[in-house]
Design a protein around this ligand. Sequence first.
Ligand SMILES: Cc1ncc(COP(=O)(O)O)c(C=O)c1O
Length: 288
Amino acid sequence: MLQVWIDGDLVPAGEARVSVYDRGFRLGEGVFETFRAYGGHVFRRDAHLARAVRGASFLGFELDVDELARAVSRTAEANLPAHDGADSVVRLTATPGRLDPEAPFPGRPVGGPTVVVTSHPLALDPRVHRDGVTATSVPWARELPDVKAVSYLAATVAREHARARGADEALLTDADGAVLEGSGSNVFAVLAGVLVTPPASAGLLAGVTREVVLEVARAQGRQVEERSFAVAELTGADEAFLTATTREVMPLVRVDDVPVGDGRPGPVTAALHEGYRAEVRREAAAAG
Ligand SMILES: Cc1ncc(COP(=O)(O)O)c(C=O)c1O
């Protein structure tokens, strides 16, 4: 049976409860992280946790990184048998906590942050990496883009908008039409042989996967540039791809019904994905 981490301990999934007075539930205050566990190994756990702690601090509450690390690793380990040892998705949700129902409205949270960690089976459609994914651009950005906040409406509405148009992902663009990020991914293009991705300063979530891909690209001796580009430049690219923790590196083959390059997954994407997977294996082996 799946176990959930809540209030400092693991409990059976059906028994985990969050208060109706929780500020995360009431106001969408809080941060989340999605990790991929490769077997029992949670890849780049500490980079995800650092982002969660930074985001919480921006939202005005403090998280104990050691407690989060224990919560994430113990949840991944405890659920390994339930996933038959396969890769899984671990999700951390942390909010400022709950209000005292007796205190004058609106009040401050009492009793410390709410920290919940859940574990889910990872469902991977083999077509994503074999054939690539498609995207539709949407003319809006996420609020507080560098915080992975529990309130994620700009992203989830964009994704539904894209799916309703038959695309896999939405590409959020700014007021000038520059591509920012996917609803749950970062965007890369290969432009005249140079690997280009929008800079974190453009207003996006600087993904953990994005960072690993940049490391891998530099280690492979590739020219890398962080700069903005428009949708038209993206579709005119040699090739493009999206990055996200659960799906790693995904070829991006069509945007707004226009093929990217020749409309097929490209060789740079494949080489970077291979390098990414090698880094996952290296880190898991080093962790024992
Ligand atoms: C809006 C947004 N951008 C980028 C990403 C990619 O981040 P990461 O590589 O850390 O999963 C995500 C992941 O969920 C996201 O939600």
